[in-house]
Every structure is written in C-alpha cells, then in structure tokens.
Design a binder for this molecule. Structure first.
Ligand SMILES: Nc1ncnc2c1ncn2[C@@H]1O[C@H](COP(=O)(O)OP(=O)(O)OP(=O)(O)O)[C@@H](O)[C@H]1O
Length: 246
C-alpha cells in the first residue's frame, strides 16, 4: 500500500526541548489510525507539523502520490491539498442552523472568485443533506447548532470538514465529553469515513480506541514507541511502563 502521508526523520525543538524526535511513520490512503501516548508525547505537535502550524527543524513530510513536501506549503495550502483537522472543542456557529453551518462550509470550499457570486443552489442543498446524513444529523437540519448535544456538535463540525472533501482527517480526542451512545456513534462514523479517506484519531480513551479496531501508533518523547494492533502494543513492556502502567 502506498502512503498518503509519509513522515520521516522529523524533529522539532522548543527552547532546546525536543518535542518531536526523529519521528517517522506512514498513513495509507484509506486507513483508520489511532495515535496514543502519555501527556507531552508529541501528539499535538505532530498534528501541528502536518497542518503547517509548526515547522520542524529537520525531516520530511510528504503528501500524496506525487510526494509533495508539506513543509513547502502554508496552512491554507495544506488545507486545500486535502488535510482537515478537527480540534477537540467543537467550533460551530451556535446561532446558525445545521443547514446554515454546512452551507457556509461548502461556500468556504469554493475558490475566492466563485464565493463572490455564490448563492445556495439546489445542488448545494442536496450536498448539505448528504453531509448531514453522513454525520447522523439528517433529522436536525433546521435546529440551531447551539441547541445540539456536545456529540452532535462534534458531528456537525466533522460534516463541515467533509464539505472540504479532505483526503486526510486529523481528529483530536473525539470521545472527550461524549455519552456512551455518542461515543459508539462516533466510532461507527470514523470507521465509515476511513473507508474512503485516511482518518487519524488522537485519543486517550482506551475503550474508544479498542472499538476503532485499527492500527495504533504509540508516541513517547516525540518518537514512535510501538505500532500495531491495540492488543499488540498494550502487551509491549515499554508501552506498559511509560503509558499504561501509570
Ligand atoms: N509551542 C511550544 N513551546 C514550548 N513547548 C512546547 C510547545 N508545544 C509543545 N511543547 C512541548 O512539547 C511537548 C509535546 O507536547 P504535545 O502537546 O505535542 O504533547 P501531547 O502528546 O499532545 O500531550 P497531551 O496528551 O497532553 O495533549 C510537551 O512537553 C510540550 O510542553
């Protein structure tokens, strides 16, 4: 399987402290991957590097079949190249309806010139309905985002990211603050999304990671400590010592 994202030999220091230390790993084109690790392991910094927020001191981050260097692109170019990021806190427009939030996300996906004369059309209405259905909000189109549950807001934001048709979705701690039922629906959503794109989930909740049933990368001190199935990595004595045995 050729990699969609290839991180190799990446290091970054903050004031002399190596937050990412010779990090290398690949993500396939239609793959669900969980990234776990103790606090300060470098998970957020890894996402900051992939999305162009933080520049590494050394190493390569290559993207797509043409192996384009993400390090030569700014954050907007990386987003346009197909990398979407879901932060932990939902950032939806609370006073706007689900339809309006999704419509705005579709509009944002247009090039700046198209946006000037852009009006919601029947086609965009259909796309909004499809996005809402994909994230389980088909019955909530008219509701204000502020009235949605925490989980529903998270799904709405994922729907808004999907409007940009990302090929890689980075998702930071999706299970945090969700009810059990919402967590189960989120698992199903992420598994489904990863059938047609890459989805990387940073998560501390081990039950959630287990339900994702995917390859797991364990980070520690800015490097890959172990990789494989959850059962494989949780049997690793190093992982037990630095992460699970705390
Ligand atoms: N901008 C920065 N300036 C200084 N130090 C930083 C900066 N960003 C991250 N760090 C440090 O780099 C290390 C890695 O941080 P990072 O946030 O990537 O870890 P994490 O695995 O996401 O942790 P958590 O699970 O707590 O979110 C930490 O020690 C952190 O304090």
């Amino acid at each position: 399987m050729s990699a969609l994202l290839e991180v190799s030999g990446v290091s970054v220091s903050f004031d002399g402290f190596r937050a990412i230390n010779n990090l290398s790993f690949n993500i396939g084109a239609a793959e669900l991957r969980a990234v776990i690790g103790p606090n300060g392991a470098g998970k957020t910094t890894f996402m900051d590097i992939v999305t162009g927020k933080t520049r590494p001191d050394e190493g390569q981050v290559l993207w797509g079949a043409e192996s384009r260097s993400l390090l030569k692109m700014n954050e907007a170019q990386i987003a346009r190249a197909g990398i979407g990021r879901k932060f932990q806190r939902p950032t939806v427009f609370e006073d706007q309806s689900v339809t309006e939030n999704l419509t705005m996300a579709l509009k944002a996906n247009r090039n700046p010139f198209a946006v000037l004369g852009w009006k919601p059309s029947a086609a965009s209405g259909g796309r909004v309905a499809d996005l809402a259905a994909e994230v389980g909000l088909a019955d909530h189109l008219a509701r204000k985002a502020g009235e949605l549950s925490h989980g529903q807001k998270q799904w709405l934001e994922i729907g808004m990211l999907l409007a940009q048709e990302p090929r890689l979705l980075l998702v930071d701690e999706p299970a945090a603050g969700m009810t059990l039922a919402e967590r189960e629906q989120t698992t199903a959503l992420l598994v489904r999304l990863a059938q047609t794109r890459a989805v990387v989930v940073v998560e501390h909740d081990m039950d959630f990671v287990r339900r994702l049933n995917c390859k797991v990368t364990v980070l520690h001190q800015g490097s890959v400590l172990a990789e494989g199935s959850l059962d494989h990595v949780t049997r690793n004595p190093d992982v037990i010592e630095v992460y699970l045995g705390r």
